[in-house]
Design a protein around this ligand. Structure first.
Ligand code: NDP
Length: 445
């Protein structure tokens, strides 16, 4: 391994001991940048990687709120403002009991390169809380969001840091967060994206990550003279990304046969009935097992891992980090998977990635494949600041153009550095080069 990169990885392990997700993401990124660092010795002199892996600012705060029973509860809030070299910090908020500093830092680090890949002027950040919206009443979710924003508002702004949704933060939460921001600042500005259409949101933002993911798969297939028509697809998760990936894949002729939530998965050999799934997940906010009770021929199985044993042409992991380990990757390969595109962030372990790459599977990494969400957020920012509102077709066409462009940029970067077909390296290099140039130009900051 390149000496400079080895030194950085050792240093990160010492300074961030115990932050396993952050260290995993840093290793995945840095080990693919060896050729870039060798071509640019000036980066080491400017301690570029030391600065790139250290957030510009980390805010951690107390979030007190009162539940329906009158009990005082306390959660922890985070905002990691990782890198603003190419634009204001941008990245989602995650509300999930597993959230900790390591997870927010891994997501923030990935976000820097993802945002750069979109070609839009947005830096990288991420935030969230260990609050679990599941099982909470509307009133409890609202009071939590209000308390969270009562601290967060000091650190964000339409030209400094613009959060969006992520796991556990959808349209409802963004609404409550925005309402409180406006209340405490008296400003109706584009400080959050993913807003409702009646108060500054953009068409296609809800669908964007899932649609964008499938647009990229469509491009990868087209390059090989294929299409989604009649392909069998397995999608993990049944949240925002998963549902709209399913919608777009089906509209392009694919058959989606399985999806899951954190309890278990449904297998529907006739193809998932998206209207039923959306009713259960978006309207009723119920568990996925209900699907098998309603749709004849569908089966429900407890536990998530079994989903990767279902034979498919295309796998789209769209739930959370580290869903596909080496063993799951091996069963997918044995069962004939040809394309894996990551809708979630870091859903494949380093071992899983190696299995796919060795088997010649076309592996499209998260920072490229799920960039459609943040790209459309940036389009929402453009509409907000220009006081404009674009049609669905206009935004959708821009999204598709951005996804195709990302695919080509990562393909070209991989080829330029002698790693043709390695999209992990291609995405990291293409994203990093722009950030590195901006950081070098701006001096030691
Ligand atoms: P949602 O909260 O809408 O959905 C998350 C889904 O994943 C749910 O079905 C949830 O099941 C499942 N899930 C969460 N944690 C686990 C777990 N530990 N094991 C099994 N299943 C789990 O989130 P999103 O769809 O917005 O996000 C999904 C992924 O996509 C995340 O990795 C996120 O970072 C990434 N992403 C999202 C973007 C967006 O625009 N929303 C943009 C780019 C990336 P359950 O309901 O049972 O918890």
């Amino acid at each position: 391994m390149n000496k400079y990169i080895a030194k950085i990885l050792n240093g990160l392990q010492e300074r961030n001991a115990g932050e396993k997700e952050f260290l995993q993401a840093a290793e995945e990124i840095l080990t693919s940048l060896e050729a870039v660092v060798e071509r640019h010795p000036e980066y080491e002199r400017a301690a570029l990687l030391e600065r790139f892996t250290e957030p510009e600012r980390t805010v951690m705060f107390r979030v007190p709120w009162v539940d329906d029973g009158g009990n005082v509860r306390v959660n922890r809030g985070y905002r990691v403002q990782f890198n603003s070299a190419i634009g204001p910090y941008k990245g989602g908020l995650r509300f999930h009991p597993s959230v900790n500093l390591s997870i927010i830092k891994f997501l923030g680090l990935e976000q820097i390169l993802k945002n750069s890949l979109t070609s839009l002027p947005i830096g990288g950040g991420k935030g969230g809380s260990d609050f679990d919206p599941k099982g909470k009443s509307e009133g409890e979710v609202m009071r939590f969001c209000q308390s969270f924003m009562t601290e967060l508002y000091r650190h964000i702004g339409e030209d400094t840091d613009v959060p969006a949704g992520d796991i556990g933060v959808g349209g409802r939460e963004i609404g409550y967060l925005f309402g409180q921001y406006k209340r405490v600042t008296s400003k109706h500005v584009g400080v959050l994206t993913g807003r409702g259409l009646s108060y500054g949101g953009s068409l296609v933002r809800t669908e964007a990550t899932g649609y964008g993911l499938v647009y990229m798969v469509e491009e990868a297939l087209a390059r090989r003279g294929e299409s989604l028509e009649n392909k069998t697809v397995v999608i993990s998760g049944s949240g925002n990304v998963a549902l709209y990936a399913c919608e777009k894949a089906q509209s392009l002729g694919a058959k989606v046969v399985a999806m899951y939530d954190s309890d278990g998965y449904v297998y529907d050999k006739n193809g998932i009935r998206l209207d039923v799934m959306k009713e259960i997940k978006e309207v009723e906010r119920a568990r996925i097992r209900v699907y098998a009770e309603r749709v004849a021929g569908a089966e429900y199985r407890e536990g998530c891992r079994g989903i990767w044993q279902i034979p498919c042409d295309i796998a789209l992991p769209c739930a959370t980090q580290n869903e596909i380990d080496g063993a799951s990757a091996k069963s997918l390969v044995q069962n004939g998977v040809k394309y894996v595109a990551e809708g979630a962030n870091m859903p494949t372990t380093l071992e899983g990635i190696e299995v796919f790459q060795k088997a010649g599977v076309v592996f499209l990494p998260a920072k490229a494949a799920n960039a459609g969400g943040v790209a459309t957020s940036a389009l929402e920012m453009a509409q907000s600041s220009g006081r404009m509102f674009w049609s669905f077709e206009e935004v959708d066409a821009k999204l598709k153009g951005i996804m195709v462009n990302i695919y080509r940029n990562m393909e070209n970067a991989a080829r330029e550095y002698g790693m043709e077909g390695n999209y992990v390296a291609g995405a990291n290099i293409a994203g990093f080069e722009k950030v590195a140039q901006a950081m070098m130009a701006q001096g030691i900051v």
